[in-house]
Design a protein around this ligand. Structure first.
Ligand SMILES: [Zn+2]
Length: 392
């Protein structure tokens, strides 16, 4: 049975599945699969090997190259500890805003692609629209690599990918790469009067934390020296940032700390390789660990990689950017410092990719998260223009 839902009703439907990243997204995926099947569209599922989660992709229109991918993630961030004045999983409209977890980040864009399927079928499209829905974007982009691999293997290659993270429907052609790490330092406990025979995990961690601050200062100075010629000039700030948001260690003032851990958040310019930053940091950890082990061999430094996501580079004559500009009329250059799955499509899938979607990143992850009705409408108009473009 073919179901017809407005963009707003589709958004409400998607938000009603509480697909927080730590939980399963299979109910949402099953529902989407049934909805598409009702319209005669077969979807393909790429399951997680370890968790009850799945990606989904589907093609509407002829199986030919040159189509467009509409990409979104199905997971949302938690609402724990947030003060919501509405039920987070019910979409509530107030003053022209649609409140609900994921309305802005980023079920709004997913809803547009799905709600307009009947119009895509009716057009009819001469080149296909491919819908791509991932899991676990918010917790390290764990779903999208297998989704891209399957799409590249099983679908005719699309000419452009639009990743619908909130950009206010502006064409974002580049964003920074992301690297999130947890470093665990193992020291050796002794009474602090005998500090020279122990190894303080806190002291070692402090040296590594300072390494981050020093590298960022170098980057800042290099960008300042280059001025308008700095490769990251469109970004704010125009250089790779390194930040430690969490740290914990030690048990007492008079004991050398046995354990200390801290987080790292490295946001690299898209022209730099995030893996290179990780390699530099690992080398520094090895250097510090060697000094610790000279005193106590059982000490050490372990790094857990929680996210290593490529940035999105500005493509020379990129088809995705060209098409998005044609459909929106946006002629300005936009670069953002938050990460998306766009870098994966570009780097691992070899797709021309840009970021464009309804809503503002300022509302993402917030209590009372919302998407403005006008943004949903602007997004709907955008997808309708895309349909007309691919039907002509
Ligand atoms: Zn998002």
């Amino acid at each position: 049975m073919a179901e017809h839902l407005s963009a707003r009703d589709m958004l409400a439907k998607l938000v009603s599945f509480p697909t927080i990243s730590r939980d399963s997204n299979l109910e949402l995926i099953d529902w989407v699969r049934g909805y598409l099947a009702g319209h005669g569209i077969e979807s393909q599922i790429v399951r997680s090997a370890t968790e009850p989660k799945a990606n989904l992709f589907a093609q509407i229109g002829p199986a030919v190259p040159g189509g467009v991918v509409l990409s979104g993630h199905t997971d949302v961030v938690p609402v724990d500890g947030q003060d919501w004045s509405t039920g987070p999983f019910d979409v509530v409209e107030r003053n022209g805003r649609l409140h609900g977890r994921g309305t802005c980040d980023m079920k709004g864009f997913c809803a547009l692609g799905l709600a307009l399927v009947p119009e895509m079928l009716k057009a009819p499209l001469k080149r296909p629209i491919q819908l791509a829905l991932s899991y676990d974007e918010e917790v390290g982009h764990r779903g999208v690599p297998s989704l891209i691999e399957a799409m590249v293997a099983r679908l005719p290659k699309a000419a452009a990918v639009f990743v619908g993270e909130p950009t206010g429907m502006q064409v974002v052609s580049q964003h920074k790469g992301g690297c999130a790490l947890t470093t665990r330092v193992r020291g050796f406990e002794v009474h602090s009067s005998l500090v020279h025979t122990g190894v303080s995990a806190v002291t070692a961690a402090a040296r590594l934390v300072v390494w981050h601050a020093e590298r960022m200062e170098e980057n800042r100075r290099a960008a300042e020296a280059l001025g308008d010629d700095a490769p990251g000039i469109l970004f704010d700030p125009p250089y790779t940032t390194l930040h430690n948001g969490l740290i914990q260690g030690g048990t007492a003032t008079n004991i050398t700390a046995k354990d200390c851990w801290f987080s790292s958040d490295i946001r690299s310019l898209p022209n730099e390789d995030g893996r290179e930053w990780f390699a530099r940091y690992r080398a520094e950890c090895d250097r510090v660990a060697a000094e610790m082990q000279a005193i106590r061999p059982q000490t050490g430094v372990d790094i857990e990689v929680r996210l290593l996501a490529p940035g999105c580079r500005k493509e020379p004559d990129g088809e995705a950017e060209r098409l998005a500009r044609l459909l929106t009329g946006d002629t300005e250059e936009h670069a953002v410092s938050y990460g998306t799955e766009a870098g994966h499509f570009q780097n691992e899938g070899g797709y021309s990719t840009c970021v464009i979607g309804p809503g503002s990143i300022e509302q993402a992850h917030q209590p009372d998260e919302f998407l403005e009705v006008s943004q949903l409408e602007a997004g709907e108009a955008f997808v309708r223009r895309l349909i007309a473009h691919l039907a002509s």
